[in-house]
Design a protein around this ligand. Structure first.
Ligand SMILES: Nc1ncnc2c1ncn2[C@@H]1O[C@H](COP(=O)(O)OP(=O)(O)O)[C@@H](O)[C@H]1O
Ligand SMILES: [Mg+2]
Length: 381
C-alpha cells in the first residue's frame, strides 16, 4: 500500500525537514557522466582533465549551444582561503574575468559561470583539436611548424602582458591546437592561476606553476613578472625544437635546483643542426636573472627569422635523442612542494639541493603529508 507523504503543517513541522538539505546531502560523485545536468547544461562527455578541474563537452538544454564546461575538482577548493594550496571558489572563477581582460583570439572565450554541487564552473567555447602535449607526443613537429606555434604563443602572451597579465602556467598541456585549413590555430588555455600585476596576488606565498616550466624567481623570491612566461616559453621551445625540456629530474627538489642553478644544455648538443641565432635566443629565454631574458618581440623576431629559413631549407625531422621528459609529478608530491616551499633558494652553502623545509618543521611535514593529499596541485608536471 502506498503511503501518502505527511502534510506540512504547524502541527507537523518535521515533514518540512524531510528533503535533504545541503548539509545532509551526500556530495555527488566527482566525475560527471553523459546525460547529467549541470545548471542549464547537459553533459556529453569528458574533454580533458588538469590539476584543478575537469572539462566536459556540454550542450545547453534550452537552445542547444555546444560548450566546454570547466568544473573545479572538489579537492582543489577551499571555503574562503587559498591557504594550503587550495583555491577559493571566486579565485577559480577569476579565469572568466582574466580572459576578457586580455580579449585576444588566442584566448578561449568564457561566457558563463556558475556553481554545481558546491563546485564553481566556467562555460566556454568548445574547442576542437588537441593539446600541444598530445600533438608533440605523436612525434616531432617539422621545425617551421613548431616555430609557427611558438610565434603564435608570443602574440598571445604579448596581448596578455600588455594588459598586465602573466599566465604563469604555460606548458604543453595548456596549449590547444585546432587544425585549420591545412594550418593550425593556437589557443593558450587555463588562465586559472594567472597573475594580474595590478592586483594583489591570491596565490602569494605559493609556488604556482609546473615544475618543468617554473622560472627560478617563482621558486626563490616569488616575484612573478612577464619574464616568467618567457622562461616557460623557452622550456616549451626546447621541447618542440630540440626534443626535450632543458631540465629533467626524478626528484622535485633536484628539478627546482637545476632551474635555479644549472646551465641549460646547449641546443646544439640536442640538435646539432639548430641555427646559432635560434640557439642563442632559446638559451637567453632561460636566463636565471629575469631582467636578462629577451623581450617577447625580440623572441618573436628571432623565431620568425628561423621560420623563414626553415621554410626555405627544411631540416630533416629527427626523433629526439635527449633524455625523456620527467614522469608527471604526483599530486601528493606536488602538493607538498606547493604547500611547504619557503621562498628562499633551494640549495645549501655547498650548492647542493637543500631540503625545502627546515628540519625542525619536519614534524609538521608528517602532519601535512596527510593534508597534502587533499591539497590542490598547482604543480602538475
Ligand atoms: N575549451 C576547451 N575545449 C576543449 N577542451 C578543453 C577546453 N578547455 C580545456 N580543455 C581540455 O581540458 C584540459 C584541462 O583544462 P585546463 O583549463 O588546463 O584545466 P586545469 O586548470 O585543471 O589544468 C586541457 O588540457 C584540455 O585538454
Ligand atoms: Mg591546465
Amino acid at each position: 500500500m502506498a503511503t501518502a507523504a505527511a502534510p506540512r503543517s504547524a502541527e507537523n513541522p518535521e515533514a518540512r525537514r524531510r528533503r535533504p538539505t545541503a548539509r545532509t546531502r551526500r556530495p555527488r560523485p566527482e566525475r560527471l557522466v553523459a546525460g547529467q545536468r549541470v545548471g542549464a547544461w547537459r553533459v556529453e562527455g569528458e574533454l580533458g582533465r588538469g590539476g584543478m578541474a575537469s572539462v566536459y563537452a556540454v550542450s545547453h538544454t534550452g537552445f542547444g549551444k555546444r560548450a566546454a564546461l570547466k568544473v573545479a575538482h572538489r579537492s582543489a577548493l577551499a571555503d574562503d582561503t587559498v591557504e594550503g594550496g587550495r583555491l577559493a571558489p571566486e579565485t577559480f572563477l577569476r579565469e572568466a574575468r582574466i580572459v576578457h581582460l586580455i580579449d585576444h583570439p588566442g584566448v578561449c572565450d568564457v561566457f558563463a559561470t556558475g556553481t554545481f554541487d558546491g563546485r564553481p564552473y566556467l562555460a566556454m567555447e568548445r574547442l576542437h583539436g588537441e593539446t600541444l602535449g598530445a600533438l608533440a607526443k605523436r612525434g616531432p613537429l617539422p621545425r617551421h611548424e613548431a616555430l609557427g606555434i611558438l610565434i603564435e604563443l608570443c602574440a598571445i602572451l604579448g596581448a596578455a602582458h600588455a594588459k598586465g597579465v602573466v599566465h604563469r602556467d604555460l606548458k604543453l598541456e595548456n596549449v590547444f591546437v585546432t587544425p585549420l585549413a591545412g594550418a593550425r590555430r593556437v589557443r593558450l588555455l587555463d588562465w586559472g592561476i594567472a597573475r594580474v600585476l595590478a592586483e594583489p596576488d591570491p596565490l602569494k606565498g605559493m609556488v604556482a606553476g609546473t615544475l618543468t616550466y617554473v622560472s627560478p624567481e617563482q621558486v626563490t623570491t616569488g616575484d612573478v613578472t612577464a619574464a616568467a612566461d618567457i622562461y616557460a616559453l623557452g622550456v616549451v621551445a626546447y621541447q618542440l625544437l630540440l626534443g626535450a625540456p632543458p631540465f629533467t629530474s626524478t626528484t622535485d627538489l633536484e628539478l627546482i635546483w637545476k632551474h635555479v642553478n644549472a646551465a641549460p644544455p646547449a641546443p646544439a648538443q640536442l640538435r646539432p643542426d639548430v641555427p646559432e641565432e635560434l640557439a642563442d635566443v632559446l638559451v637567453a629565454m632561460l636566463a636565471k636573472d629575469a631582467a636578462e631574458r629577451p623581450a617577447l618581440d625580440e623572441v618573436a623576431a628571432a623565431l620568425e627569422a628561423a621560420r623563414a629559413a626553415a621554410i626555405a631549407a627544411p631540416p630533416p625531422v629527427v626523433e629526439p635523442t635527449a633524455a625523456p621528459a620527467p614522469a608527471p609529478i604526483s599530486v601528493a608530491r606536488a602538493a607538498a612542494v606547493v604547500a611547504l616551499r619557503p621562498l628562499r633558494p633551494p640549495f645549501d652553502a655547498l650548492g647542493r639541493p637543500a631540503p625545502l623545509v627546515d628540519p625542525r618543521k619536519l614534524a609538521w611535514l608528517a602532519l601535512a603529508g596527510a593534508a597534502a593529499l587533499s591539497v590542490i596541485a598547482f604543480v602538475t608536471g
